[in-house]
Design a protein around this ligand. Sequence first.
Ligand code: ZN
Length: 479
Amino acid sequence: MKVFYLFTALAVASLAWSANGQTCGTNPNVPNNDFGASSSYADPTNDCEIRVNVFIHLVGRSDGSNRPSSSHAYNIAYKLGTSFSPWKITIDYLGYDEINSDTYGLPNSLTLFNYTNLFSVNAHSNAIDIYVVPQGTTTFGAAAAAIPSKALVVPLDLAVNASGFPTEVTSHELGHCFNLFHTFHGTAEGGSTPELANGSNNTTAGDFIPDTPADPVNTIGACVNNCSYSPNWLQCNTTDANGHSYAADLTNIMSYGPINCLSHYTPHQAHRMRTALRNASVLAGVRTLASSAFDNNAITVDNVRVTSTPVFVSPGSHSVRLNTFGNLQSISWSANPSWIPIYTLGAQCDFTISSGQSLTLNVTATTSCGGPQSRSISFSVPYSYKVYPNTATNVLNVEFEKVEYEEGLPDEVALISERSQKIVRSVKVREAFRNKNLENQSKVVFDVKNLARGRYYLKVNSDHLRNSESSTTRILLVE
Ligand SMILES: [Zn+2]
C-alpha cells in the first residue's frame, strides 16, 4: 500500500506563483479544436471511466542536488488523482525517475524558448511525462508542452506549497494537456475573442466552455478577496464590452486565482478533457478507455452503497439499484431461490425478505461503456437468537445462530426492569463480536443472580439496519 501523506516540508521563498514573474507558460495562441466536444454533451459523472498513465521525472543539477524527492512524486500523483477522479478520469501513477543535468536543473536554465527540449528526456510513449524541476529553474513558472499535449514542467515550489502539500498547479497544466484553455482565454489573453459576461457567446469565444463564467483576470492573485472575484484593484476590468459586470470564478483550476483557492473543474471542462482523451491522437497512447459496464461499488441497497456481501437487511421490502457507467443497453435480474418474487424495472430490483430467509440476486448488464458484465449480491436477515433459561436464576443467555458476520448481529441487547423501566444489564453485541468478547463468538451471558427477582424484558436493537424494529422477550427471574 502506497502511503501518500508523507509530505516533506520544504523551505520555499513564496507561495504565490506570481513571484519572480512566474505564471503559466503554456502557449495559448493555438487554434481551438475541441475534437467534437461542443457537438454533444455527456455528463462525465455518469460516463465511462478513462484511465491515464502519468510518469514523473525528478530533475536536479548534475551532482543530484536540488532534485525533488520520490515522496514529492507520490504526493503530486496522489493530488492529480483526487482532482480528476470526480470526472471519471483515473490517474495511474507509473513511477518516477531522476534526471541530473545542469542543462535542465540550473536556475533559469529553462526559458519559454527552450523548455520543450526537456520533454525529449526519458520521454514515455505510454504516459503523460511530468517534469518536476527545482525552484527557479524556469523563467516563467509551470507550462504544458501545448494544448493538447502529453508533457508538462512544473517547478517544485509551485507543485507543492510551503508546507509540502501538493497544489493544483500540476492539475492546471495537466488541464492544458487535456485540451483546456484558461478561463480568461480570449477575454484577457489572446487566442480567441472576449467572452461576454452574460454568456451569450460562451461557446464561440473565451475558453469555449459554456459553464465557466467570463473571466477578465490574467494576473495571478489579482482582483480577488477570500477566493471570490472582487474587482478592487484599479487594473481590474469590472465590465465587458456591453457594460455588464463580470462574475469570474477564481476557484476554477484553469483560472489565475490564488493557488490556494484553486479547487475544481466544471462539468463542461471535464467533458472537453474527456473528449480530447478519447479523440486527440497525441493522447491516444497515454490513456485507456475502460470497457466496463459498472464498477465494484455499483450497487445500492435502499440508496446506500454496498461495499461487501452478504448484506444484512431487516425483514421487509427493499430496493436494489445497479448504477452503471454510460447508457444502459440491456439488463437482467434473477433471484436464488427463484421462488422469492422480485420486481424489476431497468436498473432497479425490489424484493421482500422474511425472517429466516436469505436471497441472492444476480444481475447482468450491458451499457455503452462495456459488458455484458455480471454481479451477485446476497441478502440475509439478522441472525436468529434464543434466550434461555427463561425463567432464570443466576445467568441469562442470549445465543445467536451460525454467526459469521458482525452485520448480522444486533447493535445492543439490554435487560430492562419492568418495574423501574431502567436498563439493568446491556451489551453492545457487534462491538463485543469485533473485540472477540462474546462467549463462543455467538453468546451474550448476563449475570443476573444479584438482580431483584421479578419481571424483566430483554430488548434487542439493530439500529444499523434500515427500518429495523427492536424485538423484546419477557424474562422472569426467580429464586
Ligand atoms: Zn495555464
